[in-house]
Design a protein around this ligand. Structure first.
Ligand code: SER
Length: 584
């Protein structure tokens, strides 16, 4: 049996031997990315480098990235889809392309240096082309030359074999499938509809930048982005046809059996959802940028995951407070790989207990209310909103119950109600569970540089205990969280503005250098993102005023920033303040 850790090591070492630098996983909460609540793919933290910026670790990168993906949430409950997963990824940033990428994947999967999978159980798909982009003949031919029978090389349309996010780097891909069924009954040809052909790896050939729907431009460089979910490949290597049988889930399944007194084999869907969602909730709460359950944004996704798990737990007879027990086990399972979850253990446990208690208080009442409301077999938008705001039912949960019972639900009206009750800008993120890309517009870049100036100014005014806790920058404004225990006075805010504007008036160039992390620390560079970049880091310096470890991008000279203005200062969470600011 190959362990998960042996698999991670094998993958990293294999690609290291092919000239790749190993970098650590980035946070689950993206930096400076207004369009995405979570890191949904390994490529997301690497977007600036896929766009052409130089990565300090070089142009061949390999890593294991923790990811949260909620776009497939309805499929969680089957054997292969998960909300939290780890993605093994190797990248070429303008270096090798299709041929080398495919050959390396094949070697890793089938050779003695890699996983020794049975080549006969592997099939692939390539992009068949459309009006805008041609058939990927190059990828096709590489597979043919590797000896894959043509029946096992499917040519599929864009829906299957093109990868990108809402905007940003994208291109055709080739997907690799493994036969999870009986090894003596491997079909002669690949069939996309047969679930026993499990997609294990996706190699994306990123040549384009998607600017908007239907609008593409060539990228500065040709990249490769590959992603292989650890849960699936571990299952394949060890001969399982259910990811929940692997060590990444089995201990959780066993614990749920203990807590419920029920058997997994008879309640697969509930068991899987509980294990999946609570593992995801633990990883989100335990992330270095831990967030709390809330009614908007990433906090809302977290709330949905916890509450959905609790509801499924009730279906199999778990009635005591239990989510923290699952979390304790998740922490034991993953703490060596992601030490942040161990560090934040108390926070994770406390938040889970609080959320579960809150939900338990209202769930029974809410379910009764729902019964009453649905006398007409239809739940109005207002009713769904009452369930949401008074009884804490996430819309998706109301929908799910409605579906089970055959009631209709007026979702549009719910959304109108919801919008009425929320600050508009915050609402935008609540419905947004799909990934998107960091927007690298000029205005966002300016605000990003302004954020560096502001942090330095805050430290001058409030003292050296001020550290960045998070940031979110759009083309319209910057939002910045930092450690500080009290409300700032109007005088302090004015002073911060004045200091930033005074710096801007000095027309200072922004200098970037790549240096060793230790050296950067020695030079006193501020940094919350250092873990992303491994040993070599990029440091941005603005005169003798600001020095930060950061992936960029930034303006060349701060003279272009204009006038800096703080619009709002408020509490973000205990000991953390939030500033919203603009450039005029
Ligand atoms: N970006 C691709 C995916 O997420 C490959 O890493 O599937």
């Amino acid at each position: 049996m190959l362990t998960a850790n042996e698999l991670r090591q094998k993958y990293l070492e294999f690609f290291k031997s092919k000239g790749h630098s190993i970098i650590p996983s980035a946070s689950l909460i993206p930096e400076n990315d207004p369009s995405s609540l979570f890191t949904t793919a390994g490529m997301q933290p690497l977007v600036p480098f896929l766009m052409g910026e130089k990565h300090p670790a070089g142009n061949r990168i390999v890593d294991v990235q923790k990811c949260i993906r909620t776009s497939d949430i309805d499929e969680v409950g089957d054997a292969t889809h998960h909300t939290f997963f780890e993605m093994l990824g190797n990248w070429s940033l303008g270096d090798y392309f299709k041929e080398d990428s495919i050959k390396m994947s094949w070697e890793f999967l089938t050779s003695a240096k890699g996983l020794r999978l049975d080549a006969n159980r592997i099939a692939v798909s390539v992009f068949k082309g459309n009006d805008n982009s041609p058939f990927d003949e190059e990828a096709y031919n590489v597979w043919v030359n590797l000896g894959i029978p043509k029946e096992k090389i499917a040519k599929l349309p864009k829906e299957n074999n093109w990868w990108g996010m809402e905007t940003g780097p994208c291109g055709p891909d080739t997907e690799i499938f493994y036969w999870a069924g009986n090894p003596s009954q491997v079909p002669e040809s690949f069939n996309d509809d047969n679930e026993l052909w499990v997609e294990i790896w996706n190699n994306v050939f990123m040549q384009y930048n998607k600017i908007a729907a239907g609008e593409y431009e060539p990228l500065k460089q040709r990249n490769v982005d590959t992603g292989m979910g650890i849960e699936r490949i571990l299952s394949a290597v060890n001969g399982f046809d259910d990811n929940y049988e692997t060590e990444l889930f089995k201990p959780l399944i066993n614990l749920i059996e203990e807590l419920s007194g029920q058997e997994y084999s008879k309640n697969q869907k509930s068991f899987r959802i509980i294990a999946d969602h609570l593992k995801a909730a633990t990883m989100i709460l335990g992330d270095e940028k831990g967030i709390m359950p809330a009614n908007v944004g990433a906090g809302y996704v977290l709330r949905r995951l916890i509450r959905r798990a609790v509801r499924y737990a009730k279906l199999i007879g778990i009635n005591q407070i239990f989510t923290f027990k699952i979390a304790e086990l998740v922490i034991v399972m993953y703490q060596d790989i992601y030490p942040e979850i161990k560090k934040n253990k108390e926070f994770v446990i406390n938040q889970l207990i609080l959320e579960e208690e809150k939900f338990n208080k209202t769930i029974e009442q809410g379910l009764k209310e729902l019964e009453k409301m649905s006398a007409k077999k239809k739940i109005s938008g207002q009713d769904a909103f009452v369930l949401f705001s008074t009884y804490g039912f996430p819309l998706e949960m109301t929908k799910e119950i409605a579906k089970e019972k055959g009631y209709e639900i007026d979702e549009e009206e719910f959304k109108i109600e919801f919008t009425k009750h929320q600050d508009l800008s915050r609402t935008a993120s609540a419905g947004m569970f799909k990934g998107g890309l960091a927007d690298n517009s000029e205005q966002t870049t300016k605000l990003h540089t302004a954020a560096h100036l502001m942090l330095a100014a805050l430290r001058q005014v409030l003292g050296p205990d001020v550290y960045q806790k998070g940031s979110n920058i759009t083309a319209d404004r910057l939002r910045f969280d930092f450690s500080y225990g009290q409300k700032m006075t109007p005088e302090q805010l004015k002073k911060v503005e004045d200091i930033v504007n005074e710096q801007i008036s000095k027309k200072i160039p922004v200098i970037s250098q790549e240096i060793d992390f230790e050296e950067a620390k020695k030079q006193g560079a501020m940094g919350v993102f250092e873990h992303k970049y491994g040993d070599k880091v990029k440091v941005y310096t603005i005169g003798d005023f600001s020095k930060e470890i950061c992936g960029g991008p930034h303006v060349d000279n701060i003279e272009v920033l204009g006038h800096f203005k703080i619009q709002k200062e408020e509490s973000s969470s205990a000991g953390v303040r939030r500033i919203k600011a603009i450039l005029e």
